[in-house]
Design a protein around this ligand. Structure first.
Ligand code: FAD
Length: 297
């Protein structure tokens, strides 16, 4: 069953995000993480894709492991950065041959040190172009049951001057053929409900799955804010800073993420997508606190 089909059911989905490992030790940790999160019976596992296709082979290998070793549908992230249409076509064809039917179409960010975003001369400019390109490439291979997700940005939508653009861009992604969206991290339920309400008014009907990130240390909270440009609540950073042990910090981060996830489910979110940082402990403890029947909780 593709993610698009699964989202038509009433029960909220449970899913996780993994990234491809960069060392043998990281590979081993990823193996442990996969086994632990698979035991929670997720609906899908998403695998990130490095800028400029830098993790292309490693991402594909994690995607294959998720599907073949664990029998969980993988959601393969794909970005436009630094790749021609030909490069992207080859990557998509490889995934299709592996039986992958679920993709998350992203633009990606400019590589570090590069000022501003410049598409590859023969590449794609926006995520919406990638949605179309994915569908065309799959169609040329006789695959029409593709399920394509895109990114949505609740914290950006909460800032008035970005609101209209955020909605226009999400609508363009839906019009290009997106079936669902997964959000960037955010910390206030109102950011999510505000985006969903405005999206529905704008004619955006696709399910929008919120991403939840259990922050297990003050250092990680600061780093997450740096990467995403979404400020971590000061009260959470202070509580993480005040924790006397790693376990106490993790419990603080998990409790915070669980509180947000519960509010999101109460508000009608179609699922919860958990960022794992390739560690299972906080992710599984979070799931154990959620009312997701059919899963482990
Ligand atoms: P787009 O929708 O193309 O938007 C990019 C910019 O262009 C925005 O400023 C938008 O306002 C503008 N824009 C879009 N369409 C138009 C238009 N038609 N006209 C004018 N302006 C337009 N990055 C990775 O490198 N690898 C990953 O695996 C990865 N996974 C992610 C997963 C999730 C759930 C999320 C939320 C983000 C992820 N990212 C990943 C980060 C993502 O690539 C960046 O946030 C990127 O800056 C925006 O990507 P996008 O897909 O939203 O791009």
């Amino acid at each position: 069953m593709t993610i698009r089909e699964r989202l038509r059911e009433q029960e909220p989905t449970l899913s996780f995000e993994l990234f491809p490992p960069r060392s043998p030790a990281a590979e081993e940790m990823l193996g442990r993480t996969m086994r632990a999160i698979v035991a929670t019976r997720p609906d899908f596992i998403s695998i990130t894709y490095g800028a400029s296709g830098s993790t292309q082979g490693a991402s594909r290998s994690v995607v294959q492991r998720v599907a073949q070793e664990h029998n969980v549908p993988p959601l393969a992230h794909l970005t436009c950065v630094g790749q021609s249409r030909g490069d992207l076509r080859a990557v998509i064809e490889g995934y299709l041959e592996d039986g992958v039917r679920d993709f998350l179409a992203l633009r990606g960010d400019a590589p570090q040190g590069q000022s501003g975003w410049h598409p590859h001369p023969d590449g794609l400019v926006y995520a919406s172009d990638l949605v179309r390109f994915l569908r065309e490439t799959a169609h040329a291979h006789g695959v029409d049951d593709l399920s394509v997700g895109v990114a949505a940005f609740p914290a950006q939508h909460a800032v008035e001057r970005y609101r209209q653009t955020a909605l226009d861009v999400l609508k363009a992604k839906q019009d290009a053929g997106a079936d669902f969206a997964i959000t960037q991290v955010f910390y206030e339920v109102a950011h999510y409900t505000g985006l969903v309400a405005a999206a529905r008014e704008r004619g955006i009907t696709i399910p929008i799955i919120p991403e939840v990130m259990p922050l297990v240390s003050a250092q990680r909270a600061r780093r997450a804010a740096q990467i995403t440009d979404v400020p971590t609540p000061q009260s959470l950073v202070a509580a993480l800073d005040a924790a006397a042990t790693d376990d106490e910090a993790r419990a603080t981060g998990v409790a915070h993420a669980a509180g947000l996830a519960r509010q999101l489910l109460d508000a009608g979110a179609p699922g919860i997508h958990v960022i794992t940082f390739n560690r299972h402990d906080a992710a599984v403890e979070l799931v154990d606190r959620l009312p997701l029947s059919g899963h482990r909780a």
